[in-house]
Design a protein around this ligand. Structure first.
Ligand code: DQA
Length: 147
């Protein structure tokens, strides 16, 4: 089963969006890096991005039972969405919450996540490398070995 990489609102603008906070890599660069890292473990990735909360909920429903694990950067919905949290609770596979920036060093409203306590792990402040770390950790959790 593939891993699923889900990015939420505004992350389609990576590369041009506040590069001093989010870096210069584009979402396409990040998704390619995820695929490359997964390949080391004989895994594939299914990448998805949406600016809409409902579309992310629908995507989570669609991968129930058909993904080995999820990397999720829910963007600002991290701090607001009970709906995404509830959708995750219905996916048996582990998920890893990723934030490119160190949300704890930013505004107070970014310090709380509705997702962290149900995540297998949380990676913040590692830049786009956080996605790669998340893929490596999921490979460990699903028992995939280097090919
Ligand atoms: C983010 C942090 C969120 O607070 C913000 O709303 C984002 C990006 C990050 O990757 O650092 O959209 O999830």
């Amino acid at each position: 089963q593939p891993l699923t990489v889900i990015n939420g609102p505004n992350l389609n603008l990576l590369g041009t969006r506040e590069p001093e906070i989010y870096g210069h890599e584009t979402l396409a660069d990040i998704e390619a890096q995820c695929a490359e890292t997964a390949r080391e473990f004989g895994l594939t990735v299914d990448c998805f991005q949406s600016n809409s909360e409902g579309a992310i909920v629908d995507k989570l429903h669609s991968v129930r039972g058909s993904t080995a694990g999820i990397v999720l950067n829910a963007g600002a919905y991290t701090h607001t969405s009970v709906a995404i949290r509830d959708a995750l609770a219905n996916v048996p596979a582990p998920f890893i919450e990723v934030h490119i920036s160190n949300v704890h060093a930013r505004e107070a409203f970014r310090h709380h996540s509705y997702l962290s306590d149900v995540a297998a792990a949380v990676i913040v402040g590692c830049g786009s490398q956080g996605y790669e770390f998340a893929i490596r950790r999921l490979a460990t959790l699903v028992g995939a070995s280097r090919g």
